[in-house]
Each structure stands twice: as C-alpha cells, then as structure tokens.
Write a protein that binds this ligand. Sequence first.
Ligand code: ADP
Length: 336
Amino acid sequence: MSSTATTSNIPRITILGSLNTDLVAYVPHHPLPGETLTATSFMTSPGGKGANQAVACAKLSRPRSLSSPSAHVSMVGAVGSDSNGDMLLHNLQTHGVDSSLVTKLPNQKTGIAMIVVEAETGQNRIIISGEANHSVGEEYVTAGGWLEKTDLLIMQLEVPMGTVVRAVGEAKARGVDVLLNPAPARVLPEGVYRGLKHLVVNETEAAILGGVEERELDTMEGLERVGRMFLEKGVENFIATLGGRGVFYLTREGGEEKRGLVEAERGVRVVDTTGAGDTFVGRYALDAVRARKEGEGGEGGRFDIEGAVRRANKAAAVTVQREGAAASIPWRDEVE
Ligand code: ADP
C-alpha cells in the first residue's frame, strides 16, 4: 500500500527497526559441539523484530481484504541489494505496510537470523547477523521528515543503540509518542526513559533493564516494584508480558497510578510462540495511537490501558496457536 491511500485523519504509526530473513531449521535435538545434524525440516521466512511489529500493526489494523485500515503503518530501516531484501520488501507490501522508507543498500547483505528449533520442546537458539540493519544510523531519524508525520513511533533494539537514543530525543522534541520494546535486552542509557510513553517488555527484558533477578517478577509485589522503578525514570506506561501467566501493567497516565494483571487467555494450545510478543505490541499500539489521536481532536481520548492490554493479549493468544512469525499474526477480522 502506498502513502497516497491514507488520509490525514487516520493515525500514523512508524516502526524504526530491523528486517531479517529467518532461516529456520527444525531439529530432533540441539547439536553438541562438533556434531553435524540433519534437520527434519527447514524454512525461510520474513522476520526481524521491526518488520514483524510493522506487519502486526498492519494486519491488526484491517481485515484481510486490506480495506479501511484504522492506522497508516510505515517502516523505516534497511535491507541489502539481494533477493532476501526483495522478499522482505514484498512481505511488508502484501501486508499493507508502507515500505517507501526502507532503504536498499548497495553492496550490502540483508540481515539474517539463523534459528534452530528443537522439535520436542519448541525451544529455539538464534544467531543474528545484522548486516544492513547495522547501517541504520542516526541520519535515518531525520531524513525525509517522516517523524513530523508520525503519531506513534515504535522501536526495538535490533538497530544501533545510538539511532534509538537519537530517535527518542527527536520524537520527544516533536511531541511524538514512543513505544519501546527493548529486544534483544540491553541496558539503556538512563535519559532514554524520559522519552518513553510506553515500555513493553517480557520477563527477561524487565530483569535485564531493571537490574533484578527474573524470579523477582514472580510476584505481584515484585512486578510493581520493578514497574515503579521504570515509572520513576520517566516511563508513562509500563507493560510486562509474562507468557502463559498473563500481562502486568502499571501506568501513571493522567497523574494517577493504576496497575493490574490480565490473565493469559485460557484453553490455548501453544504451537509456536514466535511473533507473540510482536502481535501484542502491534495490537496494543493501535489502541495507544487511537487514544492519542482522539485526544488531539478534543474527544477525550483517555487511554484505556486495561482494554488495550486485554485486546493485545487476545490477539497474541491467536499467534501462539499457529506456526511461523509474520504468517501467524492474525488479521483484525480473525480476532474481533
Ligand atoms: P515473548 O515471546 O516476547 O517472550 P511472551 O512469552 O510474554 O513474549 O508472550 C507474549 C504474549 O503472548 C503474552 O503476553 C500472551 O498475551 C501471549 N501468550 C504467550 N504464551 C501464552 C500462553 N501459553 N497462553 C496464552 N497466551 C500466551
């Protein structure tokens, strides 16, 4: 879909992040040092946290027919000049993501994720070679003036940290909301938190960024303690996805603190959790950006964080019951 298909009233979400080709091998067990294994099956699929979250936003913003999206979704990033890059661009376009800000870099390779999945346990081991994603420098933040047209900026940590930090600063200066999903987990410069409207983490990310043991997140008190720490650093809405345990949220939007634990959907048969966190982010982001847009229009627009978490939790539960990443993310009409 091209940007010409949008109107100025529809909220605009931009994802600044990675695009990778996932090379996925299913194996009977993880290979030991020096061991050569035969995979039971293999597939190549579009991936990268950035691209997956862009696809999640786009798929959840509209029915499969691609008609009447509730948001315009655009991706900023880089691929190499190879067939993998073409495949990733095509994947964005077929799901309704505006890919006009994804640069195809000459003489570079597209990012790769080598994923080995143990059939019995579903446990995966992943090696990422960032390639073109490493070239997404700070100039990507200001080039083309896209930030001025963005209502909500979504980022992860698969592009250089300097770019993410710069983008948070530039977004704050322009009053653009930022959602950060800090994956893969790394400690963030302290100043970043002040620019975050939404911080969405899983348990590992919460522990690493918060500098605590993961088991501290086993209790509601522990979750509150860690969440409050992020709020004190400047985050407005803290969300921790806890896999089969559900989702914890803590907010101080509107000046008053509100917290809750939304249980995971019941009766879910987990097939493959790849893309579940990305689906969560996509669905949550659509509610967040709508509230922001309504607020601008003077229609109240108070963000119903609990409703947003519930809807995102429901969408992610669909994803875990299907194989694959982008392919397993539901369209809007498959959830509602
Ligand atoms: P990540 O994959 O990023 O580590 P989680 O494991 O927390 O993230 O999963 C993201 C979301 O997917 C959860 O918050 C929940 O909504 C959904 N989900 C994950 N596992 C289950 C499960 N066993 N049952 C129901 N929903 C699940």
